[in-house]
Design a binder for this molecule. Structure first.
Ligand code: OXT
Ligand code: ADP
Ligand code: MG
Length: 578
């Protein structure tokens, strides 16, 4: 972007100087670093910045709420390994975006939240500026790093620090505070150009120590019932070929975490996704690749892990992750690409496959579970149950393996995760580490924008409500997004009754709502589908046409269970009346 040219014709004796300003320097710095897409909501003090960025060739996507823009930026980071950029106005806009920044940090996605802010002098004396807030202080505990730029000449270095902090080591969310005054600050254009920084090797390879590789291989060699768990860090690393080689050369069954599904296809003969309980309980050595032993893996201990003593090998870029829940006998610290390559090299030409007794037992359990589920997926019941509806979507994804699946809800999430096989890496995007509702439309928009692939968003009716207004955004940018709402009239089920008064129960919504009409209101296609056959026709038509579509899939309100598959996490009142 060429800098603003101004002539200083006044009394200056020297020749006219070329000038630039904060607006242009931020744009130049973003472009210099290949950051060409911004997700945000305009307003004071960033409205003109958005316009100017768009005029300069940056894609600026305007949302209806900053949280959705933030979720879009976070998943853009996951998909591209470049920090996703979210742009918000001060205080309330900033706070709306902050949830997504914290989400990015929790999920280890690189993201930068750039927010305009009020004037330091007034904020610090608490004199009541427009949208006054000490945003830097608020952001700090919720992200990986937070910086404020006060001088135009520091914009280049400020953005460089933000980029490096977001993508190096364990990726995460970074806050960049830009006070309103900064945008208009003027400086010499040549000095400005020199102040910009192109970040070189933003996420340097981190090689594992050779002895950590030898230790890990020795533990693996001694295993009788080994298991590999692939997490979303492995998907993020984009070391797909190396990971596939490692899994196949080792012959070890692998269990993909939700967003690692498809890293190797779910139908791969070594996939143990459909034998989850068995492999967790009965394995003796578990190698974690880009997966944390957090609640999603029952912290590596307790009933789900059975009585068999376990040895854990863990590959992660974050040294502090080791021993966070249980002892890690073989920590391998480094980036996944380098670690997996080093393991492969250390395995040499031949590698003894795990005992057939183990791999056959896993395959048997998997095949039994798959066979048990198969007939349920074929039903054409009206009203639909989850399995009937999901059976249809499973076939559609099998036929369109490069489509991106977004998934949130409780039953809608947990059942879709098991039913819908994934065939390619980074095609399943969901609620992640926090199990957060509201990622749906932001993720769908960013997935379409960043990849150009068709997107299928499978949403519980409650989950959709958190970001539903963004269907207007989907229509406005004419994105190839098909939203399917599993409408069971409520959270978990649509049948709860309040016996104490006239208000509806806390978990139910307006009955038989027609979400499809929301999409029609903005010029998209809306369909009400009451049978699996109708659902199939509507989704295929949407995926063929690429037109923004919303399908209201009518699901039996009695079909779901409380909290899906994590009902055990609900505390129970001992005093509750039966
Ligand atoms: O091995 P076994 O025999 O055990 O069998 C397992 C697999 O082997 C097998 N399986 C298969 N069988 C056959 N074939 C295939 N292909 C196959 N694949 C697997 O199936 C079983 C189960 O496998 P799974 O799923 O892998 O294993 P399991 O045991 O479930 O795994 C454990 C977990 C913990 C890893 C897993 O359950 C998991 O990943 N869970 C994530 C759960 C989660 O994050 N949930 C979302 C949060 S719930 C709640 O908080 C909600 N809220 C509150 C709220 C939130 N979250 N956020 C915000 C901002 N505000 C509020 C709300 C409001 S949910 C919610 C809305 C819900 O209502 P909706 O209307 O949206 O949705 P509906 O419920 O549909 O109405
Ligand atoms: P899941 O929810 O799928 O189990 P988690 O989010 O818990 O996955 O874990 C992801 C892990 O991957 C984090 O501990 C993070 O530090 C790690 N990670 C992310 N990127 C890389 C990378 N390039 N190399 C190594 N580890 C990584
Ligand atoms: Mg529901």
């Amino acid at each position: 972007m060429s800098a603003v040219v101004q002539s200083i014709s006044s009394a200056a004796p020297e020749a006219a100087r070329e000038l630039t300003d904060g607006f242009n320097l931020i744009i130049d710095a973003l472009k210099l670093n290949g950051l060409d897409t911004i997700y945000g909501v305009p307003g004071i003090p960033i409205t003109d910045f958005g316009r100017m960025a768009q005029a300069a060739g940056i894609r600026v996507l305007s949302f209806r709420h900053e949280q959705n823009a933030g979720y879009a930026a976070s998943i853009a980071g996951f998909l591209t390994k470049k920090p996703g950029i979210c742009l918000t106005v001060s205080a309330p806009g900033f706070l709306n975006g902050l949830t997504a920044l914290a989400h990015a940090t929790t999920n280890c996605f690189p993201m930068i939240l750039i927010s305009g802010s009020s004037e330091r002098e007034i904020v610090d004396l608490q004199q009541g500026d427009y949208e006054e807030m000490d945003q830097l202080a608020v952001a700090k505990p919720l992200c990986k790093a937070a910086f404020r730029v006060l001088h135009a000449q520091d914009i280049g270095i400020g953005l460089a620090r933000a980029i490096r902090a977001a993508v190096s080591g364990r990726p995460g969310g970074v806050y960049l505070d830009l006070p309103a005054k900064l945008f208009g600050q003027v400086m010499d254009a040549e000095e400005g150009r020199k102040s910009l920084v192109k970040v070189i090797d933003a996420a340097p390879a981190q090689l594992p120590a050779p002895e950590s590789i030898q230790r890990a291989l020795a533990v693996l060699k001694g295993a009788k019932r080994p298991l590999i768990i692939l997490g979303k860090g492995a998907a993020y690393a984009q070391a797909d070929d190396e990971i596939r080689q490692l899994v196949e050369k080792s012959g070890i069954p692998f269990l993909p975490m939700s967003m690692a599904k498809g890293l190797l296809p779910d139908l791969h003969p070594q996939c143990a996704g459909a034998a989850r309980s068995t492999v967790l309980k009965d394995s003796d050595v578990v190698m974690l690749i880009g997966a944390r032993l957090n609640w999603l893996l029952s912290h590596g201990k307790g009933k789900s892990w059975g009585d068999q003593p376990k040895k854990f090998i863990q590959i992660d870029i974050e040294p502090k992750e080791m021993d966070s829940n249980v002892e890690i006998v073989a920590p391998v610290v480094g980036d996944i690409g380098s670690c997996v390559s080093a393991l492969l090299a250390g395995m040499g030409g031949t590698w003894q496959a795990p005992p057939a007794e183990w791999t056959q037992a896993v395959a048997k359990k998997r095949d039994e579970n798959v066979a048990k589920m198969a007939p349920r997926l074929m039903n054409n019941n009206v009203p639909m149950d989850y399995h009937g509806a999901l059976g249809v979507l499973r076939t559609i994804i099998a036929e369109r393996p490069d489509a991106i699946l977004i998934n949130e809800g409780a039953n809608t999430l947990d059942l879709a995760r098991g039913v819908i096989d994934m065939h390619q890496p980074r095609k399943r995007l969901d609620v992640g580490t926090w199990g957060v509702m509201g990622i749906g439309m932001g993720y769908a928009i960013a997935a379409a924008v960043e990849t150009g692939k068709p997107v299928l968003a499978v949403e519980g009716d409650s989950a959709f409500g958190f970001s539903g207004m963004e269907v207007e955004t989907i229509c406005r940018y004419n994105l190839p997004v098909c939203v399917v709402i599993f409408n069971n009239n409520g959270i978990y089920r649509g049948t709860d009754v309040n016996t104490a008064g006239d208000d509806p129960a806390t978990t139910v919504f307006v009955r038989d709502a027609r979400y499809d009409r929301m999409m029609e209101a903005f010029g998209g296609v809306g369909v009400n589908a009451i049978s699996p056959d109708e659902l199939k026709r509507a989704v295929n038509a949407a995926m063929d046409s690429g037109k923004p579509t919303l399908i209201n899939a009518v699901i039996d309100p009695t079909a779901g269970s409380e909290s899906g598959r994590i009902g055990n996490l609900n505390p129970q009142s001992a005093l509750k009346k039966k």
